[in-house]
Design a protein around this ligand. Structure first.
Ligand code: NAD
Ligand code: MG
Length: 389
């Protein structure tokens, strides 16, 4: 039986890793829709290789190039935000949500509302829409398969166990490229240094998030929704080798961990084949060569994003969406060399303190909150940059 799959964010790091696995198991999968932001040529090449039914670019301006690149094939071409949502509604057995940022929320929610099996890499969508997304999952009967390596590890360690028998869930963190940097050294780091992650090869945004440890903060919020054991049972532990991807401790003091080489194709394969397993050509774990695994407590002073993320979960309402939106603006400003590395957390904190919107009751409320937070953060970029200069 072939599984019909769609991949949102097909041209990105997670999207390409997913397609690499499909390439290794061509007979098991049929590709329905592939999407990208503006990279029409890259998307068309993938759509041709995998004989997709449909290719969608989010940017309207990229449509002519996509159409031209698909000329002479039977592959449909489409563009724009509505086309992305329509693609998510198209029948598929399995949907990969791998767009980066809150931009992935509309198609991810559309797939969930159809009751689909959704492999979720797009953590920003869940962080932002948390309660609304989980309510939609309950309503539609959709299955969410976590792709983030930590959450995929937890999902595997839980293996259907009762959450009330869980004492603690520990998310591991590599600590990123600046784990041992002083605040003074961090102040001067460049975008190129921040995107060079020691263990994982990832897109630029998540690489910067790993460097600030906002990635772990977002993952804490992600875990809070996916595995509702309560915030006080969610822990973060720095583990620089990125071999243990997370752990679940049960009430009997038994702790289960999932281990593997730091290669996203491993958690993606677990979601792609779920509930079965498929072979991958990833590097098997060789603990004898690795020799030692080490652990340390995270430092909330050098990595204030951890403190901010925990606080927004406690405050609830619109706060996680504001944190996420402000962080997206701050990371883009840092990558464009408009603010310094330490200004990222400052801009997020400034935006969180800026105003108090009501609890989002609908997705439209959430989009308004997201837009307002982006506008606020954008308007305060200079203030934050001057304060630290
Ligand atoms: P990436 O930047 O490499 O790729 C992002 C994809 O989304 C691309 O296909 C791009 O064309 C598309 N995209 C970007 N902006 C868009 C927009 N506005 N509208 C529609 N499409 C858009 O990112 P990535 O590293 O693959 O990460 C994707 C998601 O997976 C992120 O949420 C990230 O946090 C999460 N994630 C990634 C990794 C990893 O190893 N890369 C690990 C865990 C979780
Ligand atoms: Mg992760």
């Amino acid at each position: 039986m072939t599984r019909a799959i769609s991949i949102f964010g097909a041209t990105g790091s997670v999207g390409l890793s997913t397609l690499d696995l499909v390439r290794q198991h061509r007979d098991a999968y049929r590709v329905v829709a592939l999407t990208a932001n503006g990279n029409a040529a890259g998307l068309a090449e993938l759509a041709r290789e995998f004989d997709a039914e449909l290719a969608v670019v989010a940017e309207d301006e990229a449509y002519p190039a996509l159409k031209k690149a698909l000329a002479g094939t039977r592959i449909e071409a489409a563009a724009g935000a509505d086309a992305l949502v329509d693609a998510a509604k198209r029948d598929a057995d399995w949907t990969m949500a791998a767009i980066v940022g809150c931009a992935g929320l509309p198609p991810t929610m559309a797939a969930i509302e159809q009751g689909r099996t959704v492999a979720l890499a797009n953590k920003e969508a869940l962080v932002s829409a948390g309660d609304l997304m989980m309510a939609a999952v309950d309503r539609s009967g959709a299955t969410l398969l976590p792709v983030d390596s930590e959450h995929n590890a937890i999902f595997q360690c839980l293996a259907g166990a009762k959450l009330e028998q869980v004492r603690k869930i520990t998310l591991t963190a590599s600590g990123g490229p600046f784990r041992e940097f002083s605040l003074d050294r961090m102040r001067a780091v460049t975008p190129a240094q921040a995107v060079a992650h020691p263990n994982w090869d990832m897109g630029a945004k998540i690489s910067v998030d790993s460097a600030t440890m906002m990635n772990k903060g977002l993952e804490l919020i992600e875990a809070y929704h996916l595995f509702p054991v309560g915030l006080d049972r969610l822990d973060i532990l720095v583990h620089p080798q990125s071999v243990i991807h997370s752990m679940v401790e049960y009430v009997d003091c038994s702790t289960l961990a999932q281990l593997g080489s730091p290669d996203m194709r491993i958690p993606i394969a677990s979601a792609l084949a779920w509930p079965e397993r498929i072979a991958t050509n990833c590097k098997p774990l060789d603990l004898g060569t690795i020799g030692q695994l080490s652990f340390e407590q995270p430092d909330h002073v050098r990595f204030p994003a951890l403190r901010l993320a925990r606080a927004v979960v406690n405050e609830g309402g619109a706060k996680p969406a504001i944190l996420n939106a402000a962080n997206e603006v701050a990371v883009a400003a840092f990558l464009a060399s408009r603010i310094g590395f330490l200004d990222i957390a400052s801009l997020v904190e400034e935006t969180l303190g800026g105003y108090q919107p009501d609890m989002p009751a609908t997705l439209d409320d959430l989009f308004s909150i997201d837009a307002a937070a982006r506008a606020y953060a954008s308007a305060h970029i200079n203030k934050v940059a001057h304060a630290s200069a």
